[in-house]
Design a protein around this ligand. Structure first.
Ligand code: FES
Length: 354
């Protein structure tokens, strides 16, 4: 608990009366009034400066939304030192960063130039909170309200409220990305978008990280390999399409063919090697925790568990949908390949709720 006693007798700016606020003198601390304490014109100038910053913050929020809607996410812009950067990200970062900065700078300017400039004594007390302290806290709150001039500076109050009201808009606008990954995919449902991946008939399966093609002999019974399509790197470099990796990531597991109880399609394995999407059907965490004895795949996020020997069905946890299986085979050189794309959407199932 602290007791704060501001210095008495200092001009509080804009006509506030220290005596009215109940200040006590603080000895031995010289006080130098600010220009805004003594010159009403300077105070009004400071008020306009603060309001201008809040107004500019509002403008930047509007520009954020305009940039989000109009700038092609794949376009780039050259920035000295950084080189080519994504134009959309650059514009969004600049406008959002500027808006936050201006709200903060306006608040600091307000506090430094217009709020009371007084010296205070802060005394330490026991850690107890007597009832009197609660009343004092309430009184301090009221006094703070009075001192800050929140009621008095109507222009600042209104522009600050305007800036804060507009500030959450970008958070709502970017929710659009839950539905549409890029302008080229506009108009497609989430289920359609999640059903189309890079896998096609004959796509080679390569190990994620090394990008080396996988042969059946590379995978012992009980083993697991994280894999992606062979052309993923090329697509990412050409299109900068980050969703491509997320949607195409798979795990390969191998088990004794006798232990496979069911699959999502007739003979979709290759000699006991099964391929499943790596992205959990609950809310999309990547999964690679595999228990080879039970053939269970465990999601670390919310513990959904899938039985890979039984069509990837859910055996535990919040996931409501099985893990999508990819039909695989081998090409003429003996490397594992996809025989088709996934036959159902991969990843989280929010779209099922209509
Ligand atoms: S994301 Fe896998 S259980 Fe929630």
């Amino acid at each position: 608990m602290t007791d704060i006693t501001p210095q008495e007798g200092h001009d509080q700016g804009h006509g506030s009366a220290p005596a009215k606020l109940g200040y006590s003198p603080v000895a031995d601390i010289p006080h130098k009034p600010r220009l805004t304490d003594t010159d009403p014109k300077a105070a009004r100038r400071a008020e306009r400066q603060v309001a201008t910053m809040f107004l500019l913050s509002m403008l930047l929020i509007v520009l954020f939304v305009v940039a989000y809607v109009t700038i092609d996410p794949s376009s780039t812009v050259y920035i000295p030192v950084f080189g080519d950067v994504g134009a959309s990200n650059f514009a969004l970062g600049l406008t959002m960063g500027g808006a936050v900065f201006l709200i903060g700078a306006g608040a600091i300017q307000w506090a430094k130039k217009l709020m009371p400039d007084v010296e205070v004594v802060q005394q330490r007390h026991d850690m107890q909170s007597p009832r009197r302290a609660t009343a004092e806290a309430a009184a301090n709150y009221e006094r703070g309200k009075e001192e800050s001039g929140f009621a008095r500076f109507t222009l600042i109050r209104r522009t600050l409220i305007g800036a804060l009201v507009l500030f959450p808009i970008p958070l709502v606008v970017v929710l659009r990305d839950l539905w549409t990954a890029s302008p080229a995919e506009a108009g497609k449902s989430p289920a359609d978008l999640l059903s189309e991946t890079l896998w096609t008939k004959g796509s080679r399966i390569v190990s994620d990280g090394t990008y080396l093609p996988v042969k059946p002999a590379d995978l012992p019974v009980g083993g697991l390999v994280s894999a992606v399509p062979a052309d993923l790197q090329e697509v990412e470099e050409a299109e900068g399409n980050l969703n491509a990796r997320t949607k195409a990531a798979i795990i390969l597991v191998r088990m004794d063919p006798e232990e496979i109880r069911s699959q999502q399609g007739e003979g979709w394995d290759y000699q006991g090697i099964l391929a499943y999407s790596k992205i959990c059907t609950h809310v999309g965490c990547p999964i690679a925790l595999y228990e080879q004895r039970t053939h269970h795949l465990l999601c670390p996020c919310h513990q959904s568990t899938f039985d890979l020997a039984d069509s990837g069905n859910v055996v535990f946890g919040p996931a409501a949908r099985r893990m999508p299986q990819l039909q695989i085979g081998v090409d003429e050189e003996g490397y594992l390949v996809a025989m088709n794309d996934f036959q159902e959407p991969v990843g989280p199932s929010f779209w099922e709720r209509g």
